[in-house]
Structure formats: structure tokens, C-alpha cells
Design a protein around this ligand. Sequence first.
Ligand code: NDP
Length: 399
Amino acid sequence: MAKVLIIGAGGVGNVVVRKCAQVPEVFSEIMLASRTKSKCDAIANDIKTTKIQTAAVDADDAKQVADLVRSFKPELVINVALPYQDLPIMDACLETGVHYLDTANYEPKDEAKFEYSWQWAYRERFKEKGIMALLGCGFDPGQTQIYTAYAAKHHFDEMHELDIVDCNAGDHGQAFATNFNPEINIREITQDGKYWENGEWKIIPAMSIHKPINYPNIGPKESYLLYHEELESLVINFPTLKRARFWMTFGQQYITHLNVMQNIGITSIKPIKFQGMDIIPLEFLKALLPEPGSLGENYTGETSIGCQIKGIKDGKEQTYFVWNNCKHQDAYKDCKAQGVSYTTGVPAMLGAKLMMEGVWMKPGVYNCEEMDPDPFMSQIGKYGLPWHEKVGLELHTSS
Ligand code: NDP
């Protein structure tokens, strides 16, 4: 039985709260806190089975988070606010001796750059304090790393090539919207692409490498090579990987809008003067776009995310694919959410559950592939994200 404090009441926060409330034998008391308390109240009031406490917190301020932790006394803080808040929330956890889990690695506000170094720098302090931080426990990052660890444990003696493939073949009916926080999403895809090859990072202009990939139950979709945060830890934890890449689908309409927005400068994070005030164009754009949590109701179609791996098993070349498909409408039925929030929030709940049950508990700061994948893989289907695997399946990612 554990008390959990969830910070962030957006698309993903809504799913994490609802999924934790479905597992009362582990999450005996739940508090949802965010910058705007009315958003927490709206979610809490809609969950009839469990009483959810709510609070306002500015998680940029470690002291406010620590004060809230001292008053509610949770065993674990689940951070599903934004990557900017990772470090203040980790500071508050250190100060109060409470475990930590998030779904996205730290990014400074004034630079569109993410890397694990800032959070890995907490390793010794978390260990000394006897508390655990599990980083990036959503789908990608998160479940993709658990898939890779599962493949390494059960299907390969040595892994050589990894392609993480992420498709959203859904339709939300909007001319332009992002499936998770627009500011973070646009920062991620407008930066240079990057992949691992033969012991070094190759940098490419944003969206400059693309090709069709054949997704299960969906068919071929144009997929773009992006840099994604889990590649950084995967190539360290699986050093036999000679190549590791991440691919994501984008529709032509999305790309056309993005190009126009970039051309007119509204995706910039450099402040500009507007009517005597400093404003950041991307923050202004975010205020205009639909919130990710609002997209669920009429969303049709499905997501498909998986890991294609090549390597050696019993002296022979082996190809292996492991994946999940998630229908947006099923996500809405279970959690009043669209599929991208859902596929992020469900692994976060299960990671938190395994930590609270002691199955994944060890002091320090860890990425998901450092945990035993088996308990996660045996339970995730039951919570809404069943997976499939196929030895020998080739998805056209061989070049
Ligand atoms: P949303 O924009 O829908 O929600 C973010 C929430 O965080 C909002 O409720 C917002 O409050 C709150 N928030 C922002 N700043 C603060 C602050 N200073 N203090 C307290 N609360 C704050 O985003 P999503 O739910 O789509 O994404 C949540 C996280 O999940 C992000 O970090 C995102 O990168 C990550 N993610 C991870 C994925 C994965 O697979 N690993 C996939 C998708 C998302 P307010 O409403 O007041 O603005």
C-alpha cells in the first residue's frame, strides 16, 4: 500500500491518475497536483471509484514541491509535468527522502536540448539517501527500452542494430495539433536528427532522412529519423549495438504547417518584444494550439510503436520485432484520453507499481532498460498495452 503524489494534470497526468486509481491495492492514496488546480479538480471529480486529493503547486520551485511532499507524505512522486520541472522535483525528493519517476528527460527552458547528464548527476546522492529515481518510464522513452532489454535477455546473444519505430496513424480532426505538450514536441522535432553508428553519433539536418516503414495492421507510412532520448542510455547499456536509430511518422499536413510556422519564426524559443513585453514565440504558439488532453473524444485510428532488432543468436543472424498497437478509441474508453497520452501514462503507472511493490526497487538513478523486463512484460497487457513479437519480421528498416 503506497501513497503517491502525481504532478502534472495534462494529457498524461489524466491517464496516470486514472490508472493508479484502478489499482487501489497498491496505490492506496493519490494526490494530483499541478500549476492549475482546477484541472486537477476536473479529473478528480470525474473519478468516481477513488477519492483523489488535489493541490496547486509550481513545480519549478523545489521548495513548494518539498512542502507539499512534507504535508501529504507520499512514498513516490510521479512527475508528468514538463521536462523543465525534472530537476526541481528531484531536488525536492532528495530533500524529503521520497522516490521519483518521470517520463521525459530534463531540458533547460532557454535551450532546445535534452540529455541525461543533468539527471545522471544525481546518482550518488539518490543512492546515499536510499531512494530511487526511474527516468523516462513512458512508452518512448520507457516501454521501448523495456522491449530492448527483453530482446537482449530472451532473443539475442549479441544485439547489433536497433530501430525504434513510432507510428501514429490516428486522425484527431484538427488542422494542426500535437499529441503531447506542443512546446516540448516542436522543440524535439525541429532540432537536428542524430543516430548512433559504429561508436559515434551522426548528426543530420532535421527531418532530412525519411522512408516508408511498414507498420503492423497499418501498412507503410513515411517515417522520419529523429534523435530521441532513449538512444543515449541504450547505446551505453547495450554496448554491442553498432547502430541505433529512432523513426517517427508525420503526415504531410503536419509537416506543411510546421514548415510554415518555422519560416515565420513562431517556433523560436528566443524572446521577442511584443507591445513592450518579452514573449517567447513558441510559448505563444502553445497557447493557441489544442491541449493534448482535449484531443481524445473524436480521435480515430491507432498508434503502433515497436523495436526492430538485429543481431546474433546461437551463432546465427537473428531479426526480431516487438510492438504494441493502441487504438485511440480504446484509450478514450478506458481513460478519456487519446492514444499518445495513454501509451505514456500506462507504463508510468506500471513502473510506479513495480517500484512500490519492491520488484524494481533499488537506490540510485536508473533508465528503464536497467530493470528486469520480465515483470513489466508479464503485466503490461493486462493494464491496456498488450504486446506482440515476431522472430524474422523485417520492416524495411535495413538501410
Ligand atoms: P500537457 O501539456 O498536456 O500537460 C503538462 C501539465 O504539466 C499541465 O497540467 C501543466 O499545467 C503542468 N505544468 C507545467 N508546468 C508546471 C509547473 N511549473 N508546475 C506544475 N505543473 C506544471 O503535457 P503532456 O501531458 O502531454 O506531457 C506530460 C509529460 O509527458 C511531458 O514531460 C512530456 O514530454 C511527457 N511525454 C512522454 C512520452 C513518453 O512516451 N515517454 C510521450 C508523451 C509525453 P497547466 O495546465 O497549468 O499548464
